[in-house]
Design a protein around this ligand. Structure first.
Ligand code: HEM
Length: 468
């Protein structure tokens, strides 16, 4: 039963809750349908667990920005919490450990932006390898999926371990395999059964594979940490792990939440959060740009003009590229890369849009409902950079642009992601022309649902631009 004054929702079945009313392979359409019946704030039961779904900019902002700390928790009773051992940052509940670790990562990532071997240098270094891959495909068609995934993976590996891997490296294949399988298990029926039936936790069922994969990943990172401990020079960090080890030394014995075990999970969290998100956004971007050639050409004209005489783009150049900025933001809007954000949880009894929500309730912010919300966008249902341009052709960012979410739990890697998207897209569009292969049929823009939305695999034709 719904508690008193709880947000309304569809009738609940014993044990199953509303599971039968949702397409678990992709609930986005069901969420939209339920919004039409019950309003912007409604509830469903996932088995016996209540969850409040928040839709539309007004309600989402009231929750995660205005009542920020009330809604800044993470559920702690899910399968994924057992996999991540309640450490790291993404699934850690609101509290001092999360705060300390988040602050540390934000500061560290910001410091990488400075000086020699800055974040820009690291990204450009990786772009050279992407260009190398594309050059081998000139005049041919190629599938960009692995290339973009590896680029995003290598950029975050550079930040974490100051290392990059060849595109067919066995270690990276193992890492990607473990993460892919774990994401699938975590989103699948076995994780749901695990959550609903504690008695089955120790049975040899398919979800045990996820624990094994997690152990493999943790052992790999542990090896990196050991190697860093052997070779580091205190006070002269080469990468994120060195920075953390410096911090660990500084805090030693002060009852701090910093530890080797935290570092292992933190490293995995950052790797996981930083790869599929950026690479799926890039894949979506190129899918649209090759199918909207006039938009691609207009980007190239702007890039040529602004970068004339320069050997490479810098992130600062974005201020002189309103059209490119508009295109990248529009790509992020239609890509809707993390459609339901990461689940939140209320940290105390609270209220939202007149409803009462008890402490510990799972909160699902439906970012999809904001990124295509009618009334917030000039063209909510089409790919159109005009959504981010005013009448003078200047770049403007509407309030409803929240692919990184908002409030205290907002994406911690936003700065890095934006820099990657800008530098990669600008550099590649400057050098190459991308087209849809003549024999590829009609493009399918419908993404595949998951924690991140992924475009269906596609091929693109690569040509060197004549003006370069
Ligand atoms: C286009 C790329 C990206 C998108 C669209 C994206 C989106 C998001 C979203 C929607 C959340 C959930 C926020 C919430 O719970 O309210 C999130 C969290 C997070 N993201 Fe990203 N992200 C991207 C790239 C990255 C990168 C490159 C990193 C790595 C440095 C990263 C690290 C994180 C972390 C650590 C969290 C958890 C923050 C916390 O719980 O405090 N993300 N991201």
């Amino acid at each position: 039963r719904r508690p008193k004054n709880f947000p309304p929702g569809p009738p609940i079945l014993p044990l199953l809750g509303n599971l039968l009313q949702l397409n678990l392979k992709n609930p986005l359409k069901d969420f939209e349908r339920l919004r039409k019946s019950y309003g912007d704030v409604y509830s469903i039961f996932i088995g016996r667990k209540p969850a409040v779904i928040i839709n539309g900019m007004k309600a989402i902002k009231e929750a995660i920005v205005t009542k920020a700390t009330d809604f800044a928790g993470r559920p702690q009773d899910l399968f994924i919490n057992n996999i991540t051992k309640r450490k790291g940052v993404i699934m850690v509940d609101y509290g001092s450990s999360w705060k300390e670790h988040r602050r540390f990562a934000l500061m560290t990532l910001r410091n990488f932006g400075l000086g020699k071997n800055s974040m820009e240098d690291r990204i450009h270094e990786e772009i050279k390898h992407v260009i190398g891959t594309l050059e081998k495909s000139i005049g041919k068609t190629m599938s960009p999926q692995v290339m973009f995934h590896n680029a995003a993976s290598n950029i975050i590996c550079q930040v974490l371990f100051a290392t990059r891997y060849e595109y067919d490296d066995a270690l990276i294949k193992l890492v990607v395999g473990c993460f892919t399988e774990n994401t699938k298990i975590t989103n699948g029926p076995w994780a749901m059964l695990y959550d609903a039936l504690p008695l089955i936790h120790y049975l040899p069922l398919p979800f045990r594979k996820a624990f094994k994969n997690a152990e493999t990943l943790e052992n790999l990172v542990l090896e990196f940490i050991r190697e860093h401990k052997r070779t580091r020079v205190p006070g002269e960090p080469r990468d994120f792990i060195d920075c953390y080890l410096d911090e660990l030394e500084k805090r030693d014995g002060n009852g701090s939440s910093f530890s080797d075990a935290q570092l292992i999970r933190y490293t995995l969290d950052l790797y996981f959060a930083g790869t599929d998100t950026t690479s799926n956004t890039l894949l979506t971007g190129f899918l649209y740009l090759i199918n909207y050639p006039h938009i691609q050409e207009r980007c190239q004209q702007e890039i040529d003009k602004v970068l004339e005489g320069k050997d490479r783009a810098s992130f600062e150049d974005r201020h002189n590229m309103p059209y490119m900025q508009a295109v990248i933001h529009e790509v992020q809007r239609v890509a809707n890369t993390v459609p339901l954000s990461v689940f939140h949880c209320t940290t105390r009894d609270t209220e939202l849009m007149g409803y009462s929500i008890p402490k510990g309730t799972m909160i699902i912010e439906n970012l999809t409902s904001v990124l295509n919300e009618e009334g917030q966008w000039k063209f909510p249902h089409e790919f159109n950079p005009e959504n981010f341009l005013n009448d003078q052709g200047e770049f403007v960012k509407p309030e409803a642009f929240m692919p990184f979410s908002a409030g205290p739990r907002m994406c911690l890697g936003e700065g890095l992601a934006r820099m990657e998207l800008f530098l990669i897209m600008v550099t590649l569009l400057r050098k190459f022309k991308f087209t849809w292969p003549e024999d590829a049929g009609e493009p399918d823009f419908t993404p595949v649902y998951g924690v991140t939305l992924t475009p269906k695999p596609y091929h693109m034709k690569v040509q060197l631009r004549t003006s370069q």
